[in-house]
Design a protein around this ligand. Structure first.
Ligand SMILES: *Cc1c(COP(=O)(O)O)cnc(C)c1O
Length: 400
């Protein structure tokens, strides 16, 4: 039998759970896009978008997903043949590099594997080796959703400064914005990209690029920025239509307004803290399942290097696939797949899963998902350590 009837929980790292309040806000007919309330609504988004990113800089919005945000950043930062240094700690860093390469940018990738954080020494050496300062920008993920590795952005900035390298620092916060602490201006980030369907709790469809005034001046002559992708008119429009270079994503804007209201009402530091505690509960459960069972382990050994919105873990093939299937069909909880592996040809695919705990998620959802996983491990006879749910509950009890 199945116990999946009831409200399903999509516990994957994006798209995330959409709050009812966001859904209700979106449920209205097309507004006038030339004058009236929509214009005021968009004017009200800018300050909140700056606040959630921790910047007084510019923000350009695009109809698009995270991949669009990468290309938007690439198009504005670089001219053809300019050099990018990409730091990869998982599939998303590599994919950003691919998008840049395809646009004619000269890409050097520093690949740190899929379970280790960036090596700051190697980055500093690469920057010092670039004595002619040909690297225009360093591109990095804040949290790579495939590996769940978090990059220490202030430490990266410090290394760039120590090397005396003038490259811009561009950060992908698609998985972390509105989940993990991020302070664009305080941390010396020049360009930041995100999309609305993860921490911002809105259906996929709006991408963002934040950029500092210094970045705007440095990138003014980039030749990749075609009219649609150019960030200038979007961030400083003379007329409303220029914000989207055409028709605005009207329904999404209603939803985004509601989502930003929710973040403001909760308070951004409280949002970050909620994600820290829920992530800690997930980690506590995995530590208990893995005790004495080395085939179950978190992908990132040191908690300091783990993102708080997604957890990647190994379960031993084929158990990850079996557990995901069980949780979805028997209990209504959908867990994330392993990324960067082909399901048909790579047996490792079936040993890897990810738990999303981003956005509109609370303690009962996370503890419920963990308890369902415990039930699945038991039902499927997958060897696992005991006490995981108690450990997760204790963590929540201590932190709440
Ligand atoms: C989800 C994600 C992307 C890709 O976003 P799409 O909306 O799927 O294009 C890129 N980078 C990171 C870190 C992500 O989490």
């Amino acid at each position: 039998m199945s116990l999946a009837a009831g409200r399903p929980y999509l516990a994957i790292p994006g798209p995330s759970v959409i709050p009812d309040r966001v859904l209700r806000a979106m449920h209205q007919g097309s507004p006038n896009i030339y004058e009236g309330p929509l214009i005021d609504l968009v004017a009200g988004l800018w300050p909140d978008l700056r606040q959630v990113a921790g910047t007084v800089g510019h923000v350009a919005m695009y109809i698009g997903n995270g991949h669009a945000a990468w290309e938007a950043a690439n198009a504005n930062i670089f001219s053809r043949g300019d050099k990018a240094l990409v730091l990869a700690v998982g599939q998303f860093g590599l994919s950003w590099a691919n998008s840049a390469r395809a646009m004619g940018i000269n890409v050097e990738v520093l690949d740190f594997g899929k379970s280790s954080p960036v090596d700051l020494g190697r980055i500093e050496a690469a920057l010092r080796a670039d004595a002619g300062h040909t690297i225009k920008a360093v591109l990095t993920t804040h949290v790579d959703t495939a590996s769940s590795i978090k990059t220490d952005i202030p430490a990266l900035r410090a290394v760039m400064d120590a090397a005396g390298h003038p490259a811009l620092l561009a950060v992908d916060c698609i998985a972390s914005l509105g989940c993990d602490e991020f302070r664009m201006d305080d941390w010396g980030v020049d360009v930041m990209v995100a999309a609305c369907q993860k921490g911002l709790m809105t259906p996929p469809g709006v991408a963002f690029v934040w950029f500092s005034e210094a970045a705007r001046l440095r990138c003014g002559r980039s030749d990749l920025a075609t009219p649609y992708w150019a960030w200038g008119p979007r961030a400083e429009p003379e007329e409303f239509w220029q914000i989207w270079d055409g028709t605005a994503p009207t329904s999404h804007l209603f939803g985004l307004r509601a989502a930003l209201d929710m973040i403001r009402e909760e308070g951004l530091p409280n949002v970050w803290q909620r994600h820290r505690v829920l992530a800690g509960a997930v980690w506590a459960a995995f530590d208990a399942w893995g005790a004495g069972n080395p085939s179950i382990a978190l992908n990132v050994a040191d908690p300091v290097h783990r993102g708080c919105s997604v957890t990647a873990a190994r379960l031993g093939a084929p158990h990850a696939t079996r557990l995901r299937d069980w949780c979805e069909t028997k209990a209504g909880v959908t867990l994330g797949i392993g990324l960067g592996m082909a399901p048909s040809t790579d047996p490792a695919y079936h040993g890897f899963l990810r738990v999303g705990h981003m956005g509109h998620v609370n303690a009962h959802m996370t503890l419920g998902a963990l308890a369902v996983m415990e039930a699945g491990l038991t039902a499927l006879d997958i060897p696992h350590g005991q006490g995981a749910i108690e450990a997760a509950a204790r963590f929540v009890a201590a932190e709440a």
